[in-house]
Design a protein around this ligand. Structure first.
Ligand SMILES: *Cc1c(COP(=O)(O)O)cnc(C)c1O
Length: 432
């Protein structure tokens, strides 16, 4: 459920018409519905109410401070993947015991910052990382709380670029090496082994891969128990998909939780009151945001009709990167006009710069506003300055009010860190 809807043929976010925001802040901009964001989080959290749990929203999906702040107030923890994301959750005042740190390439500086803050768990992804963390914690006179991220080798049946739980992925520790590494970690002087983590991919639309992965890690938990290594946290990662297209519905969070809890309920781990950690990103933020853009030109090609926007692939890269589908809605709906098949594209010098291809759409005209749906996750956070395009504004709506929660960048800002390399007045003799 979300709070984007038409009223008298104007597209609204909660109680604010999108055309009014466009008038105030210009285009393009991302617009988030706070109520939708919180609704998604609450539904997800309530689905796990029957067990001890911590929902750590995956910051990389949408890391705007206003988004993090809203979720924090609702009781969220955070899954971070960099020192930068740590700084963000610290900025909104997240207590350390609600932070887990994932990622295959944690640097010493990132580890140190997280150790000093005292986060809940490092999700460790390799032997090398485990050793580095142990050594660093020793030097800092601390103990590092650790979960090992195990690669359960299940096929999530999703796009190859967003599957992470297969044997040939760079993520996690191979299942076959897990037991040995736990034994080694348990003997280390400066780490405390507290958990097991797995995350198998993103935009999953079936439950079986999640259940398969859980079964595989429960076998491992059993084996660890028998060796006297008993864990407190089981982190099942994120990955639950969202509806991008009508008719292709991923399971509701309630069903997802039900399937996981059915496996989990009778394990010794659950009976000892172990805590489940979940790291949802997309399912919380994806359908809480739209990208609003203006039509610059409508161009009749020889074979195709092109609707050219003022937003481009630098603002939303998912179609180019994953061939992702995003619904496109007119901000002002008109009736009685025949729809036409068109490509909706950006201004960038790349053929991959598109939002929709061969899509049946209302006949857009120059100056029209449109909304690219389901862009609250992996939209702004994956945007770039390609073509020296300032990143767009982000707006949050709350009821009948809205606020710019990230100003549009300026071209000046983009050049701020650059310098010319002056040519010396009298260069020495040429060397060859
Ligand atoms: C990206 C990521 C997530 C969130 O994935 P979604 O598909 O957005 O739910 C969770 N955990 C880890 C380790 C990730 O890398």
């Amino acid at each position: 459920m979300d709070h984007f809807f038409y009223r008298e043929n104007r597209l609204f976010c909660e109680q604010v018409p999108l055309d009014r925001i466009a008038q105030a802040v210009g285009t393009p901009f991302y617009c988030y519905s706070e109520q939708t964001l919180l609704h998604h989080f609450t539904v997800f959290q309530q689905a796990f109410a029957s067990c001890s749990h911590l929902i750590c929203y995956s910051v990389k999906a949408n890391s705007n401070l206003a988004v993090l702040d809203a979720l924090l107030r609702q009781g969220a923890g955070f899954d971070i993947v960099s020192g930068g994301e740590l700084a963000r959750v610290q900025r909104v005042g997240c207590p350390p015991e609600r932070i887990v740190f994932s990622g295959v390439g944690k640097t010493v500086a990132e580890m140190r910052a997280a150790l000093e803050y005292g986060i809940l768990l490092f999700n460790v992804e390799s032997v090398g990382e485990l050793h580095r963390l142990n050594e660093l914690a020793g030097r800092l006179g601390r103990r590092a709380p650790v979960a090992l991220r195990i690669n359960p080798d299940v096929d999530p049946q999703t796009h190859p670029h967003i599957s992470t739980g297969l044997r040939n992925n760079k993520f996690g520790i191979p299942y076959s090496q897990a037991l040995d590494l736990y034994r080694e970690a348990a003997r280390m002087a400066h780490v405390t082994v507290l958990g097991l983590d797995c995350h198998i991919g993103s935009q999953l639309t079936a439950l079986e891969p999640f259940v398969d992965a859980l079964r595989r890690v429960l076998v491992l938990l059993g084996a660890l128990e028998r060796e006297g290594i008993s864990l407190r946290y089981l982190d099942l990662g994120g990955g639950l998909g969202i509806p991008y297209e009508d008719g292709r519905l991923p399971p509701h969070p309630g069903l997802y939780a039900g399937a996981l809890l059915a496996e989990w309920a009778n394990t010794p781990f659950a009976q000892r009151n172990g805590t489940l950690i979940l790291e949802p990103g997309r399912v919380i933020a994806g359908n809480a945001g739209v990208l609003v853009a203006r039509v610059e030109y409508v161009k009749e090609g020889e074979e195709k009709l092109f609707v050219i926007l003022d937003a481009g692939m630098n603002d939303l890269i998912r179609p180019a990167l994953y061939n992702a589908y995003h619904a496109i809605l007119p901000v002002a709906r008109r009736f009685g006009q025949e729809e036409r098949v068109a490509d909706v594209v950006g201004p960038i010098c790349e053929s991959g710069d598109f939002f929709a291809r061969d899509r049946l759409l209302p006949p857009f005209q120059e100056g029209d506003l449109l909304a690219v749906r389901s862009t609250g996750a992996y939209g702004f956070t994956m945007s770039s300055n390609y073509n020296t395009r300032p990143r767009v504004a982000e707006v949050m709506v709350r009821g009948d009010r809205f606020m710019v929660v990230r100003r549009r960048e300026t071209v000046e800002q983009l050049m701020e860190n650059e310098s010319l390399f002056p040519v010396e007045a009298s260069p020495g003799p040429a060397l060859f």
